[in-house]
Design a protein around this ligand. Structure first.
Ligand code: 3PG
Length: 390
């Protein structure tokens, strides 16, 4: 695919689709990881003499309706503070925008436009007509075939990948296509159902698959242990058994924890009790792995050549249930493996345990990261490939 860094941008009207979908509270951005990752692209385009327009979605508003809580105003304010250039939020842009040299124009939430999520052709053409070059840089939204990520790229005079998208594809491709072995994937999070396809595809690719959180509870139940009141999916026990059998047939395994930390209620003040996994009581909820299990996982990570991390292994937002995730974070930090981490909760854990600079690559993608791990071609990337081969 064509890359922005290979093109002469001087004097061009450049429209950059970024993933500026960040959490906002009371009008202030509360986690700026995606913004920090996106800014170098804007800076590069400005330096190269482009007239820069940036567009993104934020949240999931009712499509076609303005709603202040989903406004990109807090993001535009953040960028205005952090960038060396004035940043202006533009609400009405579909019929053309005034562009001054050295200024950045941020378009209001693209999901306020009717047709955005349907990849509507008229809307896509309206975006395309605003620019000389469309830069797709939103890795986190590259799994969506929508007007601002996909359609616009088909109609813009030129379309290319931005530096962030290119870097994500590079790093994740490196980890998955030709991984240093052994390759270990840790997939945590609450539900097997939302990650079943990624578990299936990783179980074929990796040497060791480790499950955590609510996902592990279903595997614990599948191994015949009691899970008490824990979150788990009874209807996916057969799938969990099949995944484990499959891993074993390929000389691997999906280990279940030998000890767990339980609580009686999901709360910040819940008392934590350590138990062997076979002794979980009816009114227990499993909220973390125990120290023996954490040590066993740390050992596996110590010897890994490649580590893929998506999802915590416990309810780490409550400190008494955070030790397992903390131990894993430390083991990743200490490992010489090429490590990649992605997904909202995972990044929160990376921040909490302060290992950001010890992970080889941190992805800005949530759903897009998972689809990439599944081996799917992301629609926005497919669009760029199709344009490049024309
Ligand atoms: C994300 O946060 O994963 C991306 O910004 C995509 O958002 P969406 O799931 O609302 O399309």
């Amino acid at each position: 695919i064509l890359k922005m860094t290979e093109l002469d941008l001087a004097g061009k009207r450049v429209l950059i689709r970024q993933d500026l979908n960040v959490p906002v509270k009371d009008g202030v951005v509360t986690s700026d990881a995606r913004l920090r990752a996106s800014m170098p692209t804007i800076e590069h385009a400005l330096k190269a003499g482009a007239k820069v327009m940036v567009m993104s979605h934020l949240g999931r508003p009712t499509e076609g309706e303005y709603a202040e809580e989903f406004s990109l105003a807090p993001v535009a304010n953040y960028l205005n503070d952090k960038l060396d250039a004035p940043v202006r939020l533009e609400k009405d842009y579909l019929n053309g925008v005034e562009l001054a040299d050295g200024e950045v124009v941020v378009f209001e939430n693209v999901r306020f436009n009717p047709g955005e999520k349907k990849d509507d052709e008229i809307l896509s053409k309206a975006y395309a007509s605003l620019c000389d070059l469309f830069v797709m840089d939103a890795f986190g939204t590259a799994h969506r075939a929508q007007a601002s990520t996909h359609g616009v790229g088909q109609f813009a005079p030129e379309a290319c990948a931005g530096p962030l998208l290119a870097a994500e594809l590079d790093a994740l491709g490196k980890a998955l296509d030709n991984p240093a072995r052994p390759m270990v994937a840790i997939v945590g999070g609450s539900k097997v159902s939302t990650k079943l396809t990624v578990l299936e595809s990783l179980s074929k690719k990796v040497d060791q698959l480790v499950v955590g959180g609510g996902i592990a509870n279903t595997f614990i139940a599948a191994a015949g242990h009691p899970v008490g009141n824990s979150l788990y999916e009874a209807d996916l026990i057969d799938q969990a058994k099949a995944l484990t059998a499959n891993a074993r047939a390929n000389d691997g395994d999906i280990p279940v924890p030998t000890d767990v930390v339980c609580g009686k209620e999901f709360s910040e003040s819940a008392e934590a009790t350590l138990k062997p996994v076979a002794e979980v009581a009816e009114d227990d909820m499993i909220f973390d792995i125990g120290p023996d299990s954490a040590e066993a996982l740390a050992k596996i990570l110590e010897n890994a050549g490649t580590i893929v991390w998506n999802g915590p292994v416990g309810v780490f937002e409550f400190d008494q249930f955070g030790a397992g995730t903390k131990r894993i974070a430390q083991a990743i930090a200490e490992s010489d493996a090429f490590s990649i981490a992605g997904g909202g909760d995972t990044l929160a854990a990376v921040d909490k345990y302060d290992i950001a600079d010890k992970v080889s690559y941190i992805s800005t993608g949530g759903g897009a990261f998972l689809e990439f791990l599944e081996g799917k071609t992301l629609p926005a990337v497919a669009m760029l490939q199709a344009r490049a081969s024309k």
